[in-house]
Design a protein around this ligand. Structure first.
Ligand code: HEC
Length: 183
C-alpha cells in the first residue's frame, strides 16, 4: 500500500469510529429519554410493604435493639438492609399493581414520605459504615416516624390486597428473640 493510501485509510477508519461512537451516544441518550424504556412495577405496594420494607426495617430495628456491640458481619447486614430500604423509597414513587398504588404515587405527600424513608435508611447505612450504635438508634427512630407518618396519611384499615405483616414471617427476621426484650 502506498504511503498516501495508508494514511487515507487510517483517517477513514478514525472517522468511521468517531461516527460509530457518536451514533452509540445518540442512541443511548434517546433510549434514556424514551418513555418506552420505563418498566411498570409488576407488584403491589401492599406486597412490597410486607416483603421488602417491613422485612428490611425489622432487621435494622432488631440489630438496633441488641444491647451489645455488633460484629463486623452484623454491621454488614445492617448496611445491606439499609441499602435495600434506601432503594425502596424511590421504588415506592413508581406506583405498582395494587388498586390505589398509582393514586398514592401521584401525591406529593407520598413522595415526601418515600424520600424520608430513603433518608432514614441512609442513616442506617452511615451507622453501619461508622459502626455507631448511636447513629443506628437515630436511624431506627427516624424510620419508625416515617412508617407511622405515611401510614397515618395513607394506609387503609384493611390492606387493599389483604397482605398483612404475618406473625409466621416474623420468625424470619426476629432473629434475636433470646437476646432482647424488644418486640
Ligand atoms: C410512602 C408511604 C409509606 C411508608 C413510608 C411506609 N408505608 Fe407501609 N404501607 C403504606 C400503605 C399505603 C400501605 C397499605 C397498602 C395497601 O393496603 O395496599 C402500607 C402497608 C404496610 C404493611 C402491610 C399492611 C399491614 O397492616 O400489615 C406493612 C407491614 C407496612 N406497611 C410496614 C411498613 C414499615 C415497617 C414502614 C417503615 C419502615 C412502612 N411501612 C413505611 C405506606 C407506607
Amino acid at each position: 500500500m502506498k504511503q498516501a493510501q495508508r494514511q487515507w485509510k487510517s483517517i477513514l477508519s478514525a472517522a468511521v469510529l468517531a461516527a460509530c461512537a457518536a451514533t452509540v451516544a445518540a442512541v443511548s441518550a434517546a433510549d434514556a429519554a424514551s418513555p418506552t424504556r420505563k418498566i411498570a412495577v409488576p407488584v403491589s405496594i401492599n406486597a412490597l410493604m410486607v416483603t421488602l420494607i417491613d422485612h428490611s426495617a425489622h432487621h435494622i430495628w432488631d440489630y438496633e435493639a441488641l444491647e451489645r456491640d455488633l460484629s463486623e458481619e452484623e454491621w454488614r447486614i445492617v448496611e445491606y438492609f439499609g441499602i435495600q430500604l434506601a432503594a425502596a423509597g424511590p421504588l415506592l414513587t413508581l406506583g405498582g399493581s395494587g388498586p390505589l398504588d398509582d393514586t398514592w404515587a401521584g401525591s406529593e405527600q407520598w413522595t415526601n414520605y418515600s424520600q424520608a424513608l430513603s433518608n432514614a435508611a441512609m442513616l442506617a447505612m452511615d451507622a453501619a459504615r461508622n459502626k455507631s450504635k448511636d447513629l443506628l438508634t437515630s436511624a431506627g427512630d427516624a424510620l419508625l416516624t416515617t412508617c407511622l407518618g405515611c401510614h397515618g396519611a395513607f394506609k387503609p384499615e384493611t390492606p387493599t390486597e389483604g397482605i398483612m405483616h404475618n406473625p409466621e414471617y416474623d420468625h424470619l427476621y426476629h432473629l434475636f428473640e433470646k437476646d432482647t426484650a424488644a418486640d
